[in-house]
Design a binder for this molecule. Structure first.
Ligand code: IFM
Length: 771
């Protein structure tokens, strides 16, 4: 069990540990996230039940996702004294997150004079009924005692820019509790309903201090365990589950209560068993890495959007309202590969979100500059695809002033990141239906945007992309950022490839699409811009790629020097006056990100030279950075480095080693892009798995202490398990597969038919860059 759970006995003292543990122990089911806070906690302890895809704005403050009233609230009083971690003497405390079934559990023993009282609770967000949370709560005391439990729905909500839910109405409907509320901006109704199964005690209904409560009293007998089960449902108008939101919420909570805890848990567990079967990566020989990787996979599995909901995954997933609950490039570039390789139907849902928000991207292109056409995706995308990113996205902690940042208007690589994800879906799965569903349209509109953005420089006879921000956000408004230009060029190439595919396969569909978009005459221009678009190349002598025009001329400072100039620890390093701006210090992988995204296009010499140059100059101020450096390091044998950075990525939330502020802006919460980065480093990096034009390819570089890796992979709609030891690679094709596949193992081609396992011997350390 030990590699399938995290646990902690830390007694939460200060606000920082409450925040960190709340994030680390969160559970989620794609519909909502429930922070890993304790039953008795309230909004001051950042209890958050964050709803996916429901946003609200209050006044001029940032729009952000809505947190629901907490249906999991329970507090206990023994002999008239309140019992809780923050107020009582704690003899022992343990909390646990069970990976098998994404279940949070706590057990706390309190000392109350001569008495010992133990509280246990477990909760899970159902994987089969997305609106449902199920809780089992138990109390026991070593002596007879008078117990009062207050359990119900807490309407006092932790918000960053709220309050979002107004006119809360608390009521009791027969056996169930209800809180009804409405969002401020659009008046969307949201209901939390709670049903309870409690076979003991005397119950009274009460509303106090924004708590909609049942007060249950009874006399305990020494040593007896008293348990009750709580079922709460959160339903919003946007779910379109029925005519009446409250009635739907009541029906879900009551039905779960009728079915009972064990049945709800069984169904939930069954679904989780299937998820793990498709995605668990076994790392034998290294428990530390195994646990961190599995935790990362758990996070990705928990936050995948509910099927058909039209949502994607925000940069802080559902751990709260940070980053406005918005979807960034993090999803397509860092999380998406995991889903694409394990459960492409989720990858498909993520792409559908971009199809759904295409209109917003078109609006943004039109509004961001004269002459811009096509689709410029939101840097911070919410439910409509309009950009939630503000022009002043960071505050200065010294002066308190807002700083102009250009993430929204200049980080144009976002459109290409989205387009590339669409093409990779097609390449990986062979399924072209998404191209017909809107994918081809997205790709063409992204290409159109770049064509309208590109500037033709006559004297050099080339197109350039001026005034942009690459992934390194410390250098704004630069010209010809290597990553951005490469991504834009790729967008033209793949949009044209998509057109060719459709021309050959669905000519009528293509004709209708080109005519609807009125784009046929622009295709020649796309080809021309793609051909003449300048992409910074490796220098012939040094192999170095300049991150953007003029980067080499910036002051070559060290990280220490730059850090030494900070006046305030939270000061933002970029945005106009930032300490990194005049220097070559960068925030996160940029050229190196390009080298891993397009890993086939650059040789190991170029990778090594650039990695060595840029790594010393990278702050890794974003959790997206370390995995890119780890991946590239593996391509020229820097295995110890890669391993360290793999662990850094996989443990970002476990160690809580991340920035809490960018300037004055709170940025705490979970890091699903790093979770995806950890998976990529393990699978693309150490296992060397790649999808090439010739099919799957595996070139393992197992880290020295790893004995065995086992990776389930979905490819072309079929399932495989790859087992790698230091001496052999076994490719097992599921008996349910239909086709025979050729797989390249360490450069040798093997053939794998359905139901077979093919073993290839490899010589330890014989591979280039072996670890
Ligand atoms: O998308 C990232 C960006 O690259 C760096 N700042 C944080 C964003 C959200 O994770």
């Amino acid at each position: 069990m030990k590699l399938w759970e995290i646990n902690s006995s830390e007694i939460e003292g200060d606000a920082q540990s409450v925040m960190r543990l709340g994030t680390q122990y969160q559970i989620s089911n794609g519909y909502m996230g429930y922070r890993g806070t304790l039953d008795e906690y309230r909004s001051e302890q950042q209890v958050g039940v964050t709803i996916a895809g429901l946003f609200d704005q209050v006044g001029d403050a940032w729009r952000e996702p809505v947190n629901a009233p907490n249906g999991g609230y329970t507090s206990v009083e023994i002999d008239g004294s309140p019992v809780g971690v923050l107020t009582s003497e704690v003899a022992s405390h343990r909390q646990r997150l069970d990976f098998h079934r994404a279940e949070f559990e706590r057990e706390t023993c309190f000392k109350l004079g001569t008495k010992r009282v133990t509280i246990r609770s477990k909760r899970f967000l159902s994987s089969v009924t997305p609106n449902l949370c199920v809780i089992r709560f138990s109390i026991s005391c070593d002596q007879d005692a008078k117990v009062v439990v207050r359990t119900g729905i807490d309407g006092k909500i932790w918000d960053l820019n709220g309050p979002h839910l107004v006119d809360q109405v608390f009521s009791k409907n027969d056996d169930a509790l209800l809180v009804n509320a409405w969002t401020q901006e659009t008046g969307q109704q949201l209901t939390v309903a709670e049903a309870l199964h409690c076979p003991f005690g005397k119950e009274v209904y009460e509303v106090e201090d924004q708590l909609n409560l049942r007060v249950i009293e009874w006399e305990t007998q020494a040593g007896e365990v008293y348990s009750f089960d709580k079922y709460f449902a959160v339903v919003c108008e946007k779910d379109k589950l029925g005519e009446s939101v409250p009635r739907t919420a009541l029906a879900i909570a009551r039905e779960a209560c009728r079915q009972g805890y064990d049945r709800c848990l069984r169904d939930h567990q069954q679904e989780w068993a299937e998820r793990w079967l498709r995605s668990d990566v076994v790392l034998e020989g290294d428990d530390d890495a195994q646990l961190a990787l599995r935790y990362s996979i758990l996070q990705l599995l928990m936050v995948a959007p509910v099927r058909g909901s039209g949502n994607s995954i925000p940069a802080r997933a559902l751990s709260g309202q940070v980053y406005k609950g918005a979807v960034f490039w993090d999803t397509e570039m860092f999380m998406y590969p995991f889903y694409l390789h394990t459960n492409p139907s989720v990858a498909r849902d993520l792409l559908r979100y971009r199809i759904r928000t295409l209109e917003g991207a078109r609006r943004k292109a039109r509004s961001e500059g004269p002459g811009f056409r096509g689709a410029f995706y939101a840097w911070e995308s919410q439910e409509t695809g309009d950009d939630a990113c503000s022009y002043f996205n960071v505050g200065d902690p010294v002066t308190g002033r807002e700083l102009r940042t250009h993430f929204r208007d200049k980080q144009i690589h976002i459109s290409g990141d989205v387009a590339i994800a669409f093409w990779r879906y097609f390449e990986h799965t062979g399924d072209d239906s998404l191209l017909l569903e809107g994918g081809a349209e997205v790709m063409l509109e992204c290409a159109r945007f770049y064509a309208s953005y590109a500037y033709f420089k006559k004297d050099k006879n080339r197109y350039e992309l001026l005034d942009v921000i690459g992934p390194d956000e410390y250098h704004e408004r630069v010209n010809n950022n290597a990553f951005t230009n490469q991504v834009a060029k790729e967008t033209f190439d793949i949009a044209l490839k998509a057109v060719e595919h459709l021309r050959a396969t669905y000519p009528e569909f293509l004709e209708e699409l080109l005519s609807r978009l009125d784009i046929e005459s622009e295709l020649v221009e796309f080809a021309e811009v793609a051909k003449l678009l300048y992409v910074p190349r490796p220098d012939e002598t040094t192999s170095l790629i300049e991150q953007f025009d003029g980067y080499w001329k910036l002051r070559d400072a060290t990280l220490e020097e730059v850090k030494g100039q900070l006046v305030h620890p939270n000061e933002y390093w970029g945005a106009g006056q930032g300490v990194a701006v005049p220097t070559q210090i960068i925030k996160q992988a940029d050229v190196v990100m390009m080298l891993t995204l397009f890993r086939d296009r650059y040789d190991a010499k170029v990778k090594e030279a650039n990695w060595k140059y840029y790594e010393q100059r990278t702050e890794h101020g974003s959790s997206l950075s370390a995995c890119a450096y780890a991946l590239v390091a593996l391509e020229f044998g820097e295995c110890d480095f890669a391993y360290r950075y793999f662990l850094k990525t996989a443990k970002v939330d476990l160690e809580g080693n991340y920035k809490l502020y960018a300037g004055t802006i709170f940025i705490g919460g979970s890091h699903p892009a790093a979770n995806g980065g950890a998976w990529m480093t393990a699978v693309f990096g150490f296992a060397g798995l790649q999808v090439t034009e010739r099919g799957l390819s595996i070139t393992p570089r197992l880290f020295k202490k790893w004995k065995r890796m086992q990776i389930p992979i979905s490819y072309r709609g079929e399932q495989f398990v790859i087992t790698i030891t230091r001496r052999e690679v076994i490719v097992s094709s599921s008996p349910k597969n239909r086709n025979t596949h050729r797989v390249l193992v360490a450069g040798r081609e093997v053939t794998c038919s359905p139901g077979s396992s093919v073993l290839t011997e490899i010589q330890e350390n014989a591979l280039e860059g072996a670890c």
